[in-house]
Design a protein around this ligand. Structure first.
Ligand code: GAP
Length: 454
């Protein structure tokens, strides 16, 4: 399958099955903003729950936080985002389009007569590059002036830094310890695209680990290992995951060392998570800009210091896209193409489909009762429309690992057929045992798998 087709097919499946829709579609959509439908929201929630579980629930050295999106504007001066979170852009005076200055489609040097606009083809119409800040700006309160400017946060990390002493003191943690947060971030990306890979509104799953200076390199390596383990636990193809170390020129202004976990997407190897050694850059800057001491007091040693920070920063939307890409496959079955999302059962939005074979002979009644019983244990979908083969196919596309069919033998012998998504094998299970059967199968692929070992 050609790679571009794979993305097209995935986008279409996501719409058809209710994973992801274009935002404001009836108005023609909004550039690089997407909405999650019933299955998408369930899948992304499973990703986030799994991350939260591995970071906060199973560890006693990481606390959770949910900081506000809007923060004091000085935060973004201190963080370096006002001055440095910029991309060089050029405008075409002719067609009014705007491009990144390093856009490979531009021929010639922007600002010079030889430069050619990649859209309208006019020569000499491109301006000199100008720096463009990627933060979304808005105003707080009734007056729209420079004194009331606030920003939509471009990363969740800063909410953690400015709360680090609050969390430390209220939770009575000691260094080394971490703070984890999941939340929306916004970037006015100039070259967004590739579906939900790079969007202007997205969710981050970030954890900041505060350590004693000098121990940071060791913690950094530890977190690198744990984060790769976590991605592997999602069932991703190990051959499609790799490390990419940032060279000096690539390093963000706050980072001393940075490694990305990359996945091999149809459009190339791309970052899904960044692990950064941020040193004391952030706490140092917030201490300077706020005038408040942010040092940690080590009672045992009677010493004060500004902790170093090891950050793990993953995109919930990117991980969701990675799962969809990794899971998508097509097979030929009896002369027809079967599309399957082979999602890890623990992540699948629907765990079981429940189907009466036909709409008569007491089957719908038994199937409905079973469906309501199973819903108490895991997410289910009831479907009585169309041929049974079509219903199985719809569930295959949704990534549902089990299909449970109520048939004539259910009425007479109180057993159902359980069909397995990947092998398409079917087996008979007692009507009263089916909840336990599916739960046991789901349990065998343990939720705890995603927990970082410590
Ligand atoms: N606090 C550090 C930070 O924000 P980053 O490398 O800019 O680092 C971290 O972003 C992660 O956030 C990325 O690995 C990616 O998964 C996600 N991310 C960043 N920009 C994104 C965008 N425009 N759309 C979707 N996800 C994005």
């Amino acid at each position: 399958m050609a790679d571009t087709t794979l993305m097209d097919k995935l986008v279409s499946l996501c719409k058809r099955r209710g994973f992801v829709f274009q935002s404001s579609e009836i108005y023609g959509g909004l550039g690089s903003v997407w909405d999650y439908g019933p299955l998408g929201v369930a899948l992304k929630r499973n990703v986030k729950d799994r991350w939260w579980n591995s970071m906060v629930h199973v560890r006693d050295d990481i606390e959770g936080l949910d900081a506000a999106i809007l923060m004091h504007p000085k935060v973004w001066e201190a963080s370096g985002h006002v001055a440095g979170f910029t991309d060089p852009l050029v405008d075409c005076r002719q067609c009014k389009n705007r491009f990144r200055a390093d856009d490979a489609r531009i021929k010639g040097t922007p600002g010079q007569p030889d430069a050619q606009c990649p859209v309208c083809g006019t020569r000499g119409s491109l301006t000199e590059p100008r720096m463009f800040n990627l933060m979304f700006k808005t105003f707080m309160g009734p007056v729209e002036d420079s004194a009331s400017v606030v920003y939509l946060r471009p990363e969740t990390a800063q909410g953690i830094y400015v709360n680090y002493l609050n969390v430390l003191q209220s939770s009575r943690q000691r260094i080394p310890f971490g703070i984890a947060q999941i939340g929306k971030a916004f970037r006015n990306e100039i070259t967004p695209g590739n579906f939900i890979f790079r969007t202007r509104e997205f969710e981050q799953m970030e954890m900041q680990f505060f350590v004693e200076p000098g121990t940071d390199a060791e913690w950094f390596e530890q977190w690198r290992n744990w984060r790769m383990e976590w991605h592997l636990s999602l069932g991703l193809d190990p051959a499609k995951l790799q490390w990419h170390q940032h060279a000096g020129s690539e390093l963000a202004h706050y980072a001393r060392t940075a490694f990305d976990i990359q996945y091999q997407f149809p459009f190339g190897w791309q970052e899904i998570e960044g692990i950064h050694n941020r040193g004391d850059f952030d706490l140092g800057r917030h201490q300077e800009y706020s005038g408040k001491k942010l040092e940690y007091f080590d009672q045992g040693r009677n010493q004060r210091y500004l902790p170093y920070i090891v950050e793990t920063s993953a995109g919930a939307d990117r991980v969701t896209l990675t799962l969809l890409v990794d899971a998508y496959r097509e097979e030929q079955v009896e002369g027809e193409t079967r599309v399957v999302l082979g999602l890890h059962p623990a992540l699948a939005p629907i765990k079981a489909g429940v189907f009466p074979l036909v709409k008569k002979d007491g089957m719908p009644e038994l199937a409905t009762t079973l469906y309501h019983e199973l819903r108490r244990h895991f997410s289910c979908f009831y479907d009585d429309s169309g041929a049974i083969g079509r219903r199985y196919r719809r569930m295959d596309e949704a990534g549902t690992p089990f299909g449970i069919t109520v048939d004539g033998d259910t009425v007479t012998g109180r057993s159902v057929t359980v069909r397995h998504r990947d092998s398409m094998q079917q087996e008979r299970v007692g009507l009263d045992q089916v909840a336990g059967y599916v739960k046991e199968k789901l349990g065998a692929v343990s939720w705890e798998l995603g927990a970082t070992s410590k």
